[in-house]
Design a protein around this ligand. Structure first.
Ligand SMILES: Nc1nc2c([nH]c(=O)n2[C@@H]2O[C@H](COP(=O)(O)OP(=O)(O)OP(=O)(O)O)[C@@H](O)[C@H]2O)c(=O)[nH]1
Ligand SMILES: [Mg+2]
Length: 134
């Protein structure tokens, strides 16, 4: 049996201490959980290129710059993921889900109230540590 790890570009989109979250569709992996928008890297793409493409496709924003935050590897049993997480602070446009997903700006202090996939615990900790929880 082969173990395939999915490489995912994930964006922590930040503006004025708030983070833009989307809620995964019920039928998706980790369905109904809240997430930081992003998606799978395609062949030949850098993570930054994948992030620019995904955030354009999913949210119709134009990302001008991003910077690495952390990498999280997680085994869900049915799927192994490597989340390559970047801050996204320079972008144009107002994010709105192009895929009909629920989306909202959330204060760093409110992130703990959201139900994320297990792999996201470390991401939330880092974001709250960076932005403060008050
Ligand atoms: N985008 C995103 N994916 C995450 C997060 N946390 C996490 O475990 N993942 C996992 O990373 C994997 C890849 O994300 P994705 O958005 O491309 O996955 P998907 O299956 O919805 O993509 P697809 O429907 O376009 O094929 C999924 O298995 C998802 O459960 C997160 O915060 N953001
Ligand atoms: Mg996605």
């Amino acid at each position: 049996m082969s173990i395939k790890q999915v490489h995912v570009a994930v964006g922590v989109i930040e503006r004025h201490g708030h983070i833009f979250l989307t809620r995964r569709a019920a039928h998706q992996h980790q369905g109904d959980k809240w997430e930081f928008p992003g998606g799978k890297c395609e062949n030949g793409e850098t993570v930054a290129q994948a992030l620019v493409r995904e955030l354009s496709e999913e949210l119709a924003i134009t990302v001008h710059d991003c910077s690495p935050l952390l990498v999280v590897c997680h085994d869900y049993g049915d799927k192994q993921v490597k989340l390559d997480v970047h801050w996204v602070r320079q972008f144009d446009g107002e994010p709105s889900s192009q895929e009909g997903l629920e989306g909202r700006w959330v204060a760093a202090s409110e992130l703990a109230n959201y139900d994320f996939p297990a792999a996201n615990v470390a991401i939330v900790e880092r974001v709250v540590a960076a932005l403060g929880a008050d």
